[in-house]
Design a protein around this ligand. Structure first.
Ligand SMILES: NC(=O)c1ccc[n+]([C@@H]2O[C@H](COP(=O)([O-])OP(=O)(O)OC[C@H]3O[C@@H](n4cnc5c(N)ncnc54)[C@H](O)[C@@H]3O)[C@@H](O)[C@H]2O)c1
Length: 266
């Protein structure tokens, strides 16, 4: 018996990192997965390696190897029609929609007045507008299913405490809190809970393979430390544990759940 037996979850950004781990865990716990990833370079100013179509195929292989069922497509969260069609096809195939994990996101580095227009608008388009499109694509199906459910939005500690050299990222991740709180208020009567998650560094390519981050740390390092030097980077399981908790915690909505080793309080 899995804790999501018979349920269906829509997850964005599943090719690798946190999204892949969420897909695997939910599948192992009995959920059918509707998943998507751009699986390609999102913008030319990101400074860590992009996910690939092979990464997305590997997520599908891992989910199926674990005995799960998955409908996965390559696409962009900025494409509303693509997300709406994917969710519609997933609901037709699996019969309902119970959970959403709005996880896809990108990061770029630069001082507020030095970053390019693309560095600002691309990050806000993906992280904030793209996440709104994820909600717009999925909430009607959740309401129609009438089973209540949960939406988890992956923000960042940078959505609670602004980070230098991350103007567009911090602005987009702060914006997600407003989106989450608004949707939580609107969806309470439908028994659909909406919460945001705020990680510090996570063991993924975005968290670990970013050469520009190291450069930015040198100049602005005093703003970044957490309370726990002995545990500088959370695991993807730390994040999935939080997402599973929020997806099942019937008394929790509108919360801003920090997996940040205390960083936002320093
Ligand atoms: N890694 C960290 O240190 C960290 C810290 C705080 C918050 N976060 C957030 O966690 C979430 C997951 O990131 P991760 O750490 O797994 O990074 P990651 O780069 O390993 O994975 C992100 C995935 O999202 C996909 N993606 C990006 N833009 C997309 C788009 N427009 N459409 C579809 N797919 C898209 C990427 O292709 C990639 O597979 C992101 O929202 C990120 O901002 C990460």
């Amino acid at each position: 018996m899995g804790q999501f037996d018979g349920q269906v979850v829509y997850i964005t950004g599943i090719a690798r990192g946190q999204g892949r781990n969420h897909a695997l865990r939910f599948a192992k716990e009995g959920a059918s997965i509707i998943g998507m990833d751009i699986a390609d370079r999102v913008a030319d100013h990101t400074t860590y390696p992009a996910a690939s179509a092979d990464d997305l195929a590997e997520t599908v292989r891992l989910v199926e190897e674990a005995g799960g069922t998955i409908l996965a497509r390559q696409g962009d969260t900025r494409d509303l029609a693509f997300q709406q069609q994917l969710v519609a096809d997933g609901v037709e195939r699996f019969g309902r929609l119970d959970h959403v994990i709005a996880n896809a996101g990108i990061l770029t580095w630069g001082l507020t007045w030095e970053m390019t227009e693309e560095q600002f608008t691309d990050v806000v388009d993906v992280n904030l507008v793209g996440t709104w499109k994820t909600l717009k694509s999925s909430i009607p199906a959740m309401i129609a299913a009438g089973n209540g459910g949960s939406i988890v939005i992956i923000s960042s500690c940078a959505g609670i405490k602004a980070m230098p050299a991350q103007a567009s990222y911090s602005a987009s991740k702060f914006g997600l809190r407003g989106l989450a709180q608004t949707a939580a208020k609107e969806l309470g009567p439908q028994r659909i809970r909406v919460n945001s998650v705020h990680p510090y560094a996570v063991h993924t390519p975005m968290g670990l393979e970013d050469s520009q981050a190291i450069k930015a740390f040198q100049d602005w390092g005093r703003h970044f430390p957490s309370m726990m030097d002995h545990y500088p980077v959370a695991s993807v399981d730390d994040l999935t544990d939080a997402v599973v908790y929020l997806s099942t915690a019937v008394a929790v909505t509108g919360s801003e759940f920090q997996i940040d080793m205390g960083e936002t309080k320093v």
